[in-house]
Design a protein around this ligand. Sequence first.
Ligand SMILES: O=C(O)C(=O)C[C@]1(C(=O)O)C=C[C@@H](O)C=C1
Length: 350
Amino acid sequence: MEIEDLRKEIEEIDREIIKYLAKRLDIVKKIGRLKIEEGKSASDDERELYVKNYWRELSTIYGVPVEMAKELIEIIIKYSKYIQLKNSQNSDSRTITFIGYGRMGKLLALYSIRAGHRVIITGRDPEKAYSVAREVGGLVLDIGEAIERGEFIVLALSLEAFRDGYIDRISRLFKEKIVMDILSSKTPVFSHMEELSMRYGFIYISTHPLFGPQTTPIGEKIAVIPSKTGVSYVDDVCKLWRSIGLDPIVIDVETHEKAMAVVQVLTHLYLLAFQQSLEELSRELGVDPYILSTPTFRDLMNVIRRLNNIKDVVLEIQKSNLFSEMVRSRALSIFMEIVHKLGDKHALHS
Ligand SMILES: O=C(O)C(=O)C[C@]1(C(=O)O)C=C[C@@H](O)C=C1
């Protein structure tokens, strides 16, 4: 058989793959509509896990590389959620002012522009504002005008800006605006921002994008945490985030902090400890772990690489989450318990 004949066969198969993808997306849209009727969020973590395992099983049966199947189903699910979220909104264009130039702010600004919103970039350093606008698009304005024109104000700032009085100085300009921070840990700022919102008559709704700046945010979750002044505006905020393809989860501040204590503080703690142990033990044993790496090991190293790119945020969360110390101390004793159960009696005393 000639190459050309085989290529014809591939084209036929590609047509079938695309036809089936379209069919799958139609069903996804139907599920999306039912989820809205039932007030459910677009993401269903349990179902996703099931679908991913199902793909792993099928790939083994049919001899498709497991890694290839894994990447494919991840992309399919990502876009499925994106379509469900996009379809749930009529996409009226809003004006969003981003104060600050951090990586997360940039990512949100970029996807807001892609979704057809008007984006304004502002902050303390006009040079940086122009540089962000060159990168992602959007209009640069001075702080006063930027706030005046924005319907939503996103404080894409580090914790430092909340601590050094910058927010206190500009918060009198926020009157009647919907103001959101995007910090990972709410303990240090939430009550203070709530107080400012009552004093200066603005609407404060805290948010936490539950993904890092290197992730394509499509279909990812964003926590939406209303303060006393924000309760009636939660729907507006959820609608905005949905329109850019995010999946908003409304939650109270205490539950958010507790969830992050286990999802971030605990997870990062073990990964930090794992990374350091891996380096030291590999050196002591004189071995390169990549020579005989397993898929699990490689997956973990990828996660660690991602975390290393946001090490400042990881350490900030360890410092600022209200439950950090409790989580670390419990994690340590559980770790020792497991070591003890494994029979290493000396480990407890060394
Ligand atoms: O089963 C659903 O709930 C779907 O919306 C479909 C689907 C999928 O693509 O398989 C998409 C998103 C959910 O997080 C889980 C699964």
